[in-house]
Write a protein that binds this ligand. Structure first.
Ligand SMILES: C[S@@+](CC[C@H](N)C(=O)[O-])C[C@H]1O[C@@H](n2cnc3c(N)ncnc32)[C@H](O)[C@@H]1O
Length: 340
């Protein structure tokens, strides 16, 4: 046996499923929401509230504590950690639970069929024979989960983008596939001069309008209904944002979307590609690589490298200006390219 290596990392990898299911169940039971604002609970209190026996109740609380989701204090009192308080309490601006629900209800069952995706090179979270695309509103429950999940990933990521890039010279932004408007809302809040247009499918614009109204940004965020494969993109913008769009599609479609964006921009206009970029050497980072595998079960796309995007941008008459990295959820950076 090679004494230089141990199988412990493999044990840690396999326990990922236990960790995720503990997080998902605790979130589903609204444990962290119940503990908001400094409230505490004992294992007996948690068991009583949910009609559980003490043993399973304590096991779940211990797992959550070991995972950094709860803190156990004197007297057997459990309370939220700062991370749980900020991101796992329902109603908070950057509540992450929406994404946990998507993974638990929608993706987790699909991973039982990962080998089918691998062998057949097709998604398994939805049936391409029966549904036109991942985004078709065929299942209202799934549609609601999807948009809550998307918001959970995008609102926090958009906050980082708003701080990472200088938008002072961008007056009008076209958010292509901007459904949910999470990016437009965050960017408009951070940059008061900015106006944005969400371009998306009709039903997606309809479900996004109330979010913009709730943010009181109807004056600054407009909507343009269309299909980016068949309709021209609206002109009159200084920059186009593509956030978590291109990873949904195969290479031919990605190039079509980039060309459509270039066509809609004036000379000097910018394309902002906000994605989880896989490193050019394709050796990581793990989150981007795993999200890329996730694109196999969800879509026809993958997480491309900045080098791949740069080639397609140049072919469309745009000069890449580099990636600004950040530690986001749905994206790990933004690639900026300028039309010449
Ligand atoms: C993964 S979501 C990203 C949403 C948003 N950009 C974000 O980052 O939060 C993909 C978006 O592309 C939109 N979309 C998909 N196909 C489209 C098409 N053919 N034309 C316009 N929008 C489309 C979907 O409706 C959805 O809003």
């Amino acid at each position: 046996m090679n004494e230089q290596v141990t199988p412990v990392p493999l044990m840690e990898l396999t326990s990922g499923v236990y960790a995720f299911k503990a997080l998902a169940l605790a979130t589903d039971l609204e444990l962290f929401t119940d503990l908001a604002d400094g409230r505490t609970v004992t294992a007996a209190g948690f068991a009583e509230k949910h009609g559980l026996q003490l043993r399973p109740a304590e096991l779940l609380l211990t797992a959550c504590t070991a995972l950094g989701l709860l803190r156990l204090e004197a007297g057997g009192m459990y309370r939220n950690t700062p991370m749980s308080e900020e991101f796992l309490v329902k109603g908070k601006a950057y509540y992450f639970g929406g994404w946990i629900t998507v993974v638990d209800r929608h993706e987790y069952p699909a991973y039982l069929k990962l080998a089918d995706s691998l062998r057949g090179n097709h998604p398994t979270t939805w049936d391409p024979k029966r549904q036109e695309s991942l985004f078709a509103p065929d299942d209202p429950v799934m549609t609601e989960h999807f948009w809550e999940g998307m918001h959970a990933l995008s609102a926090y990521t958009a906050r980082l983008l708003a701080g990472a890039l200088d938008f002072s010279k961008i007056g009008r932004l076209l958010d292509v596939g901007g459904g949910g408007a999470a990016f437009d809302i965050e960017l408009c809040r951070r940059w008061p001069h900015l106006k944005a247009t969400v371009f998306d499918l009709s039903f997606v614009c309809d479900l996004t309008r109330p979010r913009v109204a709730a943010a009181a940004l109807e004056e600054r965020i407009a909507f343009a209904v269309g299909d980016f494969f068949t309709d021209p993109l609206p002109a009159g913008h200084d920059a186009v944002l593509l956030s978590n769009i291109l990873h949904d599609w195969g290479e031919d479609d990605v190039q079509k979307i980039i060309v459509a964006c270039a066509d809609a921009l004036p000379t000097g206009g910018l394309v902002l590609i906000c994605e989880s970029f896989v490193a050019d050497d394709k050796q990581g980072p793990p989150l981007a690589a795993l999200m890329s595998l996730n694109m196999l079960v969800e879509t026809w796309g993958k997480n491309y490298t900045a080098a791949e995007y740069s080639g397609w941008l140049r072919a469309a008459g745009l000069e890449p200006e580099g990636v600004t990295p950040f530690d986001g959820l749905g994206a790990n950076g933004v690639l900026v390219a300028r039309k010449h």
